[in-house]
Structure formats: C-alpha cells, structure tokens
Design a protein around this ligand. Structure first.
Ligand code: SF4
Ligand code: SF4
Length: 335
C-alpha cells in the first residue's frame, strides 16, 4: 500500500490532465456528473455519488455498430476506443464493471466495443467515507472501501490518500509518477483499518443477507408481494437506465445518406416492448411478469449464470424511483 499526500495528488492530477483525457466528478447545479476535466481544480471529490453511473463511457446510450454503403461496398465499423483515466468512481460502480466483464467479455463472443473501451480506460476508484442512507454495497461485497473492477483504489485519509494498485494497468500508472508516492506508514494503515471497521459496522447494521437463500429467490418468491409492488410501478425505466449493472440493449437499422446504418442503444426489461417478438408473441406480457423478472434476473439468474449478483447496492433505483419501489424490501424479505 502506498501513500500520496494532498500536494502529490494535485501534481499527479495535473500531470494526467496534460497527458491524457481525464474524466472526473464535476458539480453542476447541485448534482455530480462525470465529465472531462481540463484542469485538476474542476474535479469535485467531496461527493457521495454521481447521479448517473459512469457506465456510458463503456456502454454508450447509443452507438453506431456499422455503416455499409451498398454502392461502394465500403463497410465502416467504428470501434470507439478512448484512452482515458476515469477518476473518482465509487467502489460500487467500479464493481459493476466487473459484472460487465463477466457478461460482455464472455467467450466465444465478447462485445468488441466494450472490450476496446475497457482496455483503454483506466479506472481509479475512491473509497466512500460516508455512505448514503440508501446504500447497501456491503450486501454484495461491492464496497464501501474497495470495489472489484478498478485499476487503482484511492482511500482518503488524513493528509492525503492511501493508494492500492489493483491491476497491471494501475501499477503502470503509479510507476510513471513513482516519485510522488511513498510507502504507507503504520499510522496510515491504522487509520485505514479504523475506517474499514467503522464502515463495516455501520453498513452491516442496515441489511445482511444469506447469499445462498437470495439466489433461490425465483423458487421462493411470494407473487402477492410483487403484484402489490408492481401495481405502483409506472414503467418509467429510470431504475434500469440509472443502474450501473443494467446492460440490456436493442438494435436499430435504418438508411442514411446512401448507407445502411445499425445502431445499438440501452433498452430495459421494464419496457412493454422489450420482449415482444415480431410475431406479436410476448413471454412477459403483464407488468407483474416484467417487474418480477427485473428482481429475479438480478438476484437469482445472473448469479446462477455468472457467479455474481446483478446489483452492487448503489441505491440509485431506491432514491430515484418516483413511486418508492425499493429493492431493499426484497433483500430483507428473501435475502
Ligand atoms: S423506477 Fe420505479 S416506477 Fe420506474 S420502472 Fe423502475 S420500479 Fe417502475
Ligand atoms: S439494482 Fe438499484 S441498487 Fe442495485 S445496482 Fe442497480 S440501481 Fe444500484
């Protein structure tokens, strides 16, 4: 573990900004959003979490998959690789990238667009010091100190940051500016230990689950509970679009300036059109079916297929749902 003092952090940030695109949380109108910064002072690292997760840098809301000109037979396949450092990602959101890796990089057909972005963006996470009331990352071991998808973990302590390189790419970034770092001393490690104990105690008192029981949710759920909750849902899809783990997409084909274009964009299982087939057949025709699917997919089917849950406990769906649907009720009841 290394220590980087405040001054060293500022210098590192300026070095990064002058060499590579740096994306960091920026406060705008009282909200924090990830934006490209031009100088270190623009980054706001005193935030609970950003309103939207950084998933759009890996899975854009809409992107061109290919363009094909039938006359010239030219085929244009944009890959969209973006060399960047994504700074200040909360551990829960960094852990969501680990779930994306399991799903989207799975052989034999990894998503080449995602793969190229994942390779070219260095993710630097920042431990939480004060989780919000709606956070429950501890349930899925996705935070609050360390996530599972970052290249470097920063933890703020007195006078600076503890720095842990978590991947070869993270190690390289540290080595390039090695003179700024020093070995962490016993007082730094003691503070880190105290912070970890305090947060573990605080968060474990909120929700604790049995992972084995939760994975069996689909077999044990009480449909009455979901029927009642689904009646409240207005199918706005906010819960999916703001979820760092939701990765479902749809494709669209159209003709533009003599070329066939295929685009790919976010879609959501909360939508009435999501599972409707060209024949008109729809395996999830009712709102209750769709509502149950969202929870069963995240908490039961994804774990069975990929050995990790489809939720990292970021709490965004809890705080943003306009009718108060709360995934924590499911965890408390069946977890
Ligand atoms: S945010 Fe709430 S109301 Fe909107 S789709 Fe999700 S559960 Fe339904
Ligand atoms: S399901 Fe809700 S709490 Fe879980 S990761 Fe998605 S938005 Fe966050």
């Amino acid at each position: 573990m290394l220590f980087l003092d405040e001054d060293g952090f500022k210098r590192l940030l300026e070095q990064l900004v002058s060499n590579i695109r740096v994306i960091a949380p920026v406060e705008t109108d009282g909200y924090f959003e990830f934006k490209t910064i031009k100088h270190g002072g623009e980054a706001s690292l005193d935030y609970s979490n950003t309103r939207l997760p950084p998933k759009r840098f890996f899975l854009p809301q809409r992107e061109v998959v290919f363009k094909h000109d039938p006359k010239t037979r030219a085929l244009h396949e944009p890959m969209g690789g973006l060399e960047a450092v994504l700074l200040g990602v909360r551990p829960c959101d960094a852990s969501a990238l680990n779930i994306f890796d399991s799903v989207l990089l799975k052989p034999p057909n990894p998503d080449p667009f995602y793969e190229s972005r994942r390779r070219s963006i260095t993710v630097v996470s920042l431990s939480c010091a004060k989780p919000r009331e709606e956070c429950f990352c501890n349930v899925f071991e996705a935070g609050p100190i360390r996530g599972s998808g970052e290249d470097i973990t920063l933890t703020r302590i007195t006078g600076g940051f503890l720095v842990e390189a978590r991947s070869r790419r993270g190690q390289s970034l540290v080595e390039v500016s090695a003179s700024l770092f020093e070995e962490a001393g016993p007082e730094h490690l003691e503070e880190y230990g105290e912070l970890t104990c305090r947060l573990t105690r605080e968060m474990n008192s909120r929700i604790e689950i049995s992972r084995e029981r939760l994975v069996r949710l689909e077999a044990t759920l009480d449909e009455g509970f979901f029927q009642q909750a689904a009646q409240r849902c207005v199918e706005c899809s906010l819960c999916s679009f703001t979820c760092p783990v939701c990765y479902c997409f749809d494709t669209e084909d159209y003709f533009e300036k003599n070329a066939y274009v295929r685009t790919k964009g976010w879609d959501t299982c909360a939508s009435t059109l999501f599972t409707r087939m060209a024949s008109g057949l729809d395996p999830r025709v009712s709102r209750v079916d769709r509502f149950c699917h969202r929870f069963c997919h995240k908490l039961s089917r994804i774990p069975m297929a990929f050995n990790s849950f489809g939720c990292v406990g970021c709490g965004r769906c809890v705080s943003l749902c306009p009718v108060g649907v709360d995934i924590r009720e499911v965890l408390k009841r069946w977890g």
